[in-house]
Design a protein around this ligand. Structure first.
Ligand code: GSH
Length: 399
């Protein structure tokens, strides 16, 4: 059992850099898929900035790809990826920093996410984001083309270095977008470098070890954060970064389910405020807070749909069928259940009623205690969806 572990999600660009370096040095390692745990307490305990990759080597844990790559190169035998010459090493570090600052953000965070990652989870691309990134990417490709004008095999010259493994994953993923495919033929030296890299045994071994292409589920959270960020920026009166979410006090179903949904999928830093029904609109204005589950607001009931479902729509979460199923159960527990006749709903209603009789001191305490119920229900919904039962279990077995 190798004592080297890389933690991350399989399609992460930075995880790919770390894995390329390990593969090249022929270091046996285990990959641990953090996808279901991204942003959880266990993840944050390993990486307080909520990113991947993380490297574990025995009892040593390290984050930040440049530190990981340098550590692997120094701690293990095998071909050195740091040039000996001081200036070549400086140039390599320049490339590492350039990928972090000028290639990855535009190629991946802007274009690849908008073109591939978001659409794969049912979220439409934002053309403005793509259009803004493209001229920056052209500059990056021109710089690479000039650098490769030396006619040698690798970014710095004859030797393969960390610079090559840094540039490869971002340019690979951007090359899968139609914009990348349109641009690349204008840069022949770069295209030849890509061909050489893809033919390299390290890269072949690395690609062969990757799992089949699958959507990045937690990207829904990135998309929701982007929407919240826009709202924050557009609020001239916003004094602080933490957004407040306000509703009526004495919570039961929707006003526990909605905060759970917001905290987990929309706004990790959300602060919740519960006030008497007759004060909620005035307080929302005073606190510059987002109203939900209140009459006549966007994030409230519409027809027979409940507030949870309004939040799913507004924050583009309806691409997750498990959340849609959960929305139907919440709807049934919060209303007369005539919209979906969801058989799980009366059970949730009874549990929610029971929480009112446990003596919690306020609505915050009820929410904090009851969210585990929604974690469990969401797990139930994911499982039913996995089995192809998008309407839940009991509907089918009762039929
Ligand atoms: N500075 C970090 C950046 C790592 C990074 O941004 N990783 C991305 C994946 S490629 C990430 O973890 N994104 C956050 C998320 O997936 O929620 C490093 O060099 O390791």
């Amino acid at each position: 059992m190798p004592d080297v572990v890389v933690l991350g999600f399989p399609r992460s660009t930075f995880v790919h850099i770390a894995r390329l370096v390990l593969t090249h040095k022929q270091v046996p390692y285990t990959f641990r898929d953090l996808e279901p745990e991204m942003g959880s307490a266990t993840h944050l305990a390993l990486h307080p900035f909520n990113r991947v990759p993380i490297l574990q080597h025995g009892d040593f844990t390290l984050y930040e790809t440049s530190a990981i790559a340098a550590y692997i190169d120094e701690a293990f035998d095998g071909p050195a990826l740091h040039p000996k010459d001081v200036r070549a090493r400086a140039r390599m570090n320049q490339w590492i920093s350039a990928v972090n600052s000028y290639y990855y953000p535009y190629m991946i965070y802007h274009v690849s996410h908008e073109r591939r990652v978001f659409p794969e989870v049912g979220i439409a691309s934002d053309e403005k984001v793509v259009a803004h990134a493209l001229p920056k990417i052209e500059v990056g490709l021109q710089v690479l083309e000039r650098e490769l004008g030396h006619g040698k095999d690798h970014v710095l010259g004859s030797d393969l270095t960390l610079a090559d493994f840094y540039v490869l994953p971002s340019t690979y993923a951007f090359g899968l977008t139609k914009e990348g495919q349109g641009m690349y033929p204008k840069y022949p030296a770069f295209c030849r470098w890509r061909e050489r890299m893809e033919a390299h045994p390290t890269v072949r071994t690395f690609r062969a070890a990757l799992p089949p292409h699958a959507p990045i589920e937690h990207a829904r959270h990135w998309a929701a954060q982007i929407l919240i960020g826009r709202r924050r920026r557009s609020h001239a009166r916003q004094m602080e970064d933490r957004m407040k979410w306000i509703t009526r006090e004495h919570v039961k179903v929707d006003r526990v389910a909605c905060p759970w949904l917001i905290k987990k999928f929309v706004d990790r830093d959300a602060e919740f405020v519960f006030v008497p029904a007759d004060k909620v609109v005035d307080e929302a204005k005073r606190l510059n807070a987002i109203l939900y589950d209140v009459k006549n607001v966007e994030l409230g009931h519409h027809g027979k749909e409940c507030s949870f479902e309004a939040i799913l729509k507004k924050y583009e979460l309806t691409g997750d069928p498990a959340l849609v199923l959960l929305g139907k159960i919440v709807n049934g527990a919060d209303t007369d259940n005539t919209l979906y006749q969801q058989p799980e709903a009366p059970g949730l209603k009874a549990v929610a009623e029971g929480f009112r009789h446990l003596g919690f001191k306020d609505d915050h305490a009820v929410n904090a205690a009851e969210w585990i119920v929604y974690d469990a229900l969401y797990a139930y919904c994911r499982e039913r969806v996995r089995q192809g039962k998008h309407n839940g279990d009991f509907v089918e077995s009762a039929a």
